[in-house]
Design a protein around this ligand. Sequence first.
Ligand code: SIN
Ligand code: FE
Length: 296
Amino acid sequence: MNTTLLKEINSRDWNQLFSTDLQTESTQALENGGIILFPQLAFTLLPNENKFLSPSCLDKHSKNISFNALTDVLQGAKCSAREHHELKAMMSRFMQSAQSLVHKIFPFYAAALQIGRTSFRPIEVAGRNTSWRKDDTRLHVDAFPATPNQGRRILRVFTNINPDGQDRFWRVGEPFLQVAKRFLPNIKRPMAGKSAFLKMFRLTKSYRTEYDHLMLSIHNQMKRDMDYQNNVAQEKIYFAPHTTWIVQTDHVSHAAMAGQHLLEQTFYLPVNAMLNPALSPLRILEKLCGRTLAAR
Ligand code: SIN
Ligand code: FE
């Protein structure tokens, strides 16, 4: 394992206070494409929540259960009203823990950070049958067809809650600048009027900016290219059960190869709230393209 990628912090408490030096170092490590790993930070399930460590609570059309804390809506679960309520409580507690951790380790972001979805992933990742575009065992940077983020950073908190000692096994690829330089020359400009069409017919939740178009194209080209998948410089990382890690998945090229039972909390961060906005995929792509790619 290449330890330059991982910054380890020995905290056991989601509400722990950190020194200003550690906060600054961690934020810089994150912005430089690092993974902030808390090897001793576990999310403890309540006795009534252990029954959810099984794919049986999942709707057969979903690959995970998702919770929107802003609307209090749970999606992807197929269970009784009582279990529905319990799942919401578990995911809401995880959201609050993740939010507390992120505020304490990255206080510079706190005022600008926006809450996204909470997700619970009770299915084994290895051997899952899916289309190449949705296949997260292929290296990719995160970009989603229906949810343009218009340049905002995607910051995710992951906790492995596997009860059987099973690691979450990831591959991590080359830095974003190299990814961008490699794939950008093959990407065509979006068709005139396409983004307005997608928005008008609610195929996207907001306007797909040129930034979103490029990120989605890079995501797809990475996943489609098996030669790239096999041969690009990469390393394996095994996240043990009861550990927590934070990554900006819009610039860290990643692939989830194996593992079952994960909790994940997404946050969005406007680029200007970063300590160094020049490290964002938005500013990197704008520099390479020589033009603005999302409204400022
Ligand atoms: C991903 O974001 O591509 C998947 C991460 C995971 O489920 O471990
Ligand atoms: Fe991903």
